[in-house]
Every structure is written in C-alpha cells, then in structure tokens.
Design a protein around this ligand. Structure first.
Ligand code: FAD
Length: 400
C-alpha cells in the first residue's frame, strides 16, 4: 500500500501513524483532524488540566515537528464530511484518496434533551479550558452524571474548594464500569470528599444553564453546571459510505470495517467483534484505542497482529486510582480479594474479583495498583476461584 489516510487526529489516529512507521511502512501517511490543535491526549483534560496542574502543552501527543519527524502529513482543522470508497472528502472541499483508510474520529459528548448551550460538557481541550476557567470563578458546581468524567470533574472542583452537587440517575456512580455492588465504593469516595451525591435522581430537565428540575418538581442549581452523561460516536459524516454504523462502525475482530476491504476503524467510534462476548463491542477507553491502533497497523503492513489484550481502564477519583481489568459486564459473582471496602472498611486498598461461571473475568482495584498485574494475567487465563484465592493469599502475605 502506498498511501494510508487516517481520519481523526486523536489518540487512535496518532498511534496508528506511529505504529505504521515502527512496523516499517514507508508509504505516505495523511492524518486528517477536525480540531486545529496539535493532537492531544484526553485523560489529562478531566484531571491535570481541570485542576490547573498542567497547561495544555503537556497533553500534546505529537506536535507538528513530531509528525514531520515520522513523515506524517497532517491536515488539521478540517473535518472529514464524507467517505466514498477510500476517498475522504473534507469540509474545505478537498478530496484525499488513499489505498487504505483508517477511521478514528472518536465520540461526541451526549446532551440531555433540551439541554441549554451554557451547560458545560467535557470532551475536548476547548471544553476543558472553558470549564477550568469557569470553576476558577465559581463557588459551586452541579454535575449531572456520576460516571468517570463526572467523578473526575467533581474531584477537581472539590480540590478548588467548590461546593459540589452530583445528580446520578442510576443506583450508584460508575455503574456501567463497576457494576451495582462495587459502584457503592465509588459512591463512598464522592461522599468522603464532601460532594453531595444524589443517586436515583430522576432528572426532569434543565430549566436554565445552571438549574435542573428533578422529577418531584424540586430544583437544584449551582454557579456552573456540567453534563457528564456519556458520549456517542458522531457518525453522520459516514452516511452514504455504505458502512454499517449502527452502534459504532461495525468491524471484524481485527478492525476491518464490515464489507469494506480497505477501510479500518478503531477507538471510541468502532465496534469490533469481541470473541469473548461473542458480539460486537465498542469500548471508550484509552488502552483499547492504543491496542487497536497497533493491531490495525499490523493488518495494513501484513505484520503478525499482537495477541488480544485484557481490556483495561483507569480513572483518578478523589486522590485514588480506580483500575479495572477485564469485562465486568459478564460477571455473575463479585468476590472481595483484598481489603474490606465492600464491608464498610476503607475503600483504598480494596480489590474485587468478578467471576462468570466460575472463571475470573475482571478485577477492580481501588488505590491498589501494585496488585493489578498479577490479577490481569489471571483474568487472561480465565483462572478459577482456587487459583485466584491462592494468588490473593500470596499477595496478602507478601504485603505484611
Ligand atoms: P479521540 O482521542 O477522541 O480522537 C478522535 C479525534 O477525531 C478527535 O481529535 C476529533 O476532533 C477528531 N474528529 C472527530 N470527528 C472528525 C471528523 N469528521 N473529521 C476529522 N476528525 C474528526 N480513558 C481511560 O482509559 N482512562 C481515563 O482516565 C480517561 N479519561 C478521559 C478523560 C476525558 C475528559 C475524556 C474525554 C476521555 C477519557 N478517556 C479515558 C477516554 C480516552 O481518552 C479515549 O478512549 C481515547 O481518546 C479514544 O481515542 P480515539 O482516537 O478513539 O478518539
């Protein structure tokens, strides 16, 4: 192949270009990005950027000289508006034809029905800078949605001394990632940090950019409101491409888009076939985009693909790192492995195992990073309860 066009200059797009080069690809690479900024990393947006610990330049993945260095021709500040075969059409009318196209355009923040424009969302660098500046002037923050982003923003606001109210429609925070039982641990982190977390809050609507009316008619308001209610791929630009975009761009287990020989998709926008779940799955996690970029670069260059990795996600909340390795959604049983957070003890140091049909399918660690690598390999091996508790015993005695 002589020309690879990568659409989306975020994590997955940049990593694809880097992997193509490191695997010996010598042809042209064009990287197209909607935003004018040099490609940047998103996890720091809700962490170091929001707290003010970092200026944006520290989040840059690769600046112009860095892209030049690996021979990537970047077209930044021009969104792709259509895909015809392997020709990408840009909003400025340019058409770029490759002999392979990699789609990595990520997701857009979800909005609540009728959400006023002044309600903050947190997806891109401009959002993070605007929210950082708004928090610097505010005394209170209202967050709708207690997922990872809502939790990290609540933490940043508490560090700045703001009063924080968090409305969550579900039973616990981060329920999708952690499940209902373990999500209780996340709830305790909010409360211990002094955030006013209200779960099961039936949110009726925003009445203005700073006020939410609840289902019972009461209203809650703050100086700044943030909607952290998830994200969805913005795929209307692929209408007419012939790709299956329901639920993300449908791909096989190696990222090739269904029915298109020379188009791959990866990262937050892509729903790859997951042989473990036996269905397509779309992940919105940093490590997943990185792993998929390596796999797609191998497919394009004909190199041996890396072995499938155990899914991994982390979040920094209230001074503690939450890490999840594996597929918690498959679990039918949750077992404490370290610490007694599930019995009301300290959350820090708690590790929980998720089992399905007697096999370890995931672990969640709260401020217990040192334990994770061992458990991650047990998840990869689908270890049973005896093997898992032997390792837990060994790790506990090594810690004392
Ligand atoms: P992105 O990195 O989002 O890149 C997509 C790029 O495509 C963007 O630059 C966008 O401008 C561009 N684009 C969109 N449409 C077009 C178009 N039509 N034409 C051209 N370009 C386009 N994950 C974790 O595991 N741990 C964390 O702690 C964590 N924290 C996060 C914090 C925040 C605030 C956010 C937003 C995400 C966080 N994530 C985290 C998720 C992680 O950053 C994403 O999974 C990862 O960035 C996905 O990479 P991607 O390449 O698919 O998308």
């Amino acid at each position: 192949r002589e020309h690879v066009v990568v659409v989306g200059a975020g994590l997955g797009g940049v990593r694809t270009a880097e992997n193509l080069r490191s695997r010996g690809y010598l042809g042209r690479i064009t990287l197209v990005g909607a935003e004018p900024h040099p490609p940047y990393d998103r996890p720091p947006l809700s962490k170091q950027i929001l707290t003010g610990a970092w200026e944006p330049d520290r989040a840059v993945l690769r600046d112009k000289p860095g892209l030049d260095e690996i021979g990537v021709s970047a077209r930044l500040g021009a969104a792709a508006v259509a895909l015809h075969g392997t020709t990408v059409e840009l909003e400025d009318g340019a058409r770029i034809t490759g002999d392979a196209v990699v789609l990595a355009t990520g997701v857009a923040a979800r909005r609540l029905p009728g959400q006023p424009d002044g309600v903050a969302t947190l997806r891109g660098l401009d959002d993070a800078l605007a929210l950082r500046d708004a928090l610097a002037e505010a005394r209170s923050l209202l967050v709708v949605g207690a997922g990872f982003i809502g939790a990290e923003a609540a933490h940043a606001a508490r560090l700045r001394g703001l009063e924080v109210i968090v409305l969550e429609a579900g039973r616990v925070p981060c329920e999708r990632a952690l499940g209902p039982l373990v999500g209780e641990l996340a709830a305790r982190l909010f409360r211990e940090a002094g955030a006013d977390l209200r779960c099961g809050a039936g949110i009726a609507r925003f009445t203005d950019a700073r006020t939410v009316e609840l289902a019972d008619g009461t209203t809650v308001s703050a100086d700044v409101a943030l909607a952290g209610v998830g994200a969805a791929p913005a795929l209307t630009w692929l209408d007419g491409s012939g790709l299956d975009t329901a639920g993300g761009v449908a791909c096989d287990a190696g990222g090739r888009a269904s029915g298109a020989d020379d188009v791959w998709a990866l990262g937050d926008m892509a729903a790859w076939w997951d042989p473990v779940r036996r269905r397509r799955h779309r992940a919105e996690h940093w490590t997943s985009a990185v792993d998929q970029a390596a796999a797609v670069a191998c497919a394009i260059t004909g190199a041996e693909p890396p072995p499938p990795a155990v899914p991994y996600v982390w979040s920094d909340q209230f001074g503690l790192k939450i890490q999840v390795a594996g597929r918690t959604d498959l679990a039918d049983e949750v077992v404490p492995l370290h610490g007694d957070g599930l019995d009301g003890g300290p959350v820090r140091g708690t590790v929980v195992g998720y089992f399905a049909g007697g096999e370890l399918v995931a672990v969640a660690a709260f401020g217990a990073a040192r334990y994770l690598p061992r458990y991650r390999s047990l998840v990869a091996a689908g270890a049973g309860p005896a093997a898992v508790s032997a390792v837990a015993g060994e790790l506990r005695s090594a810690a004392t």
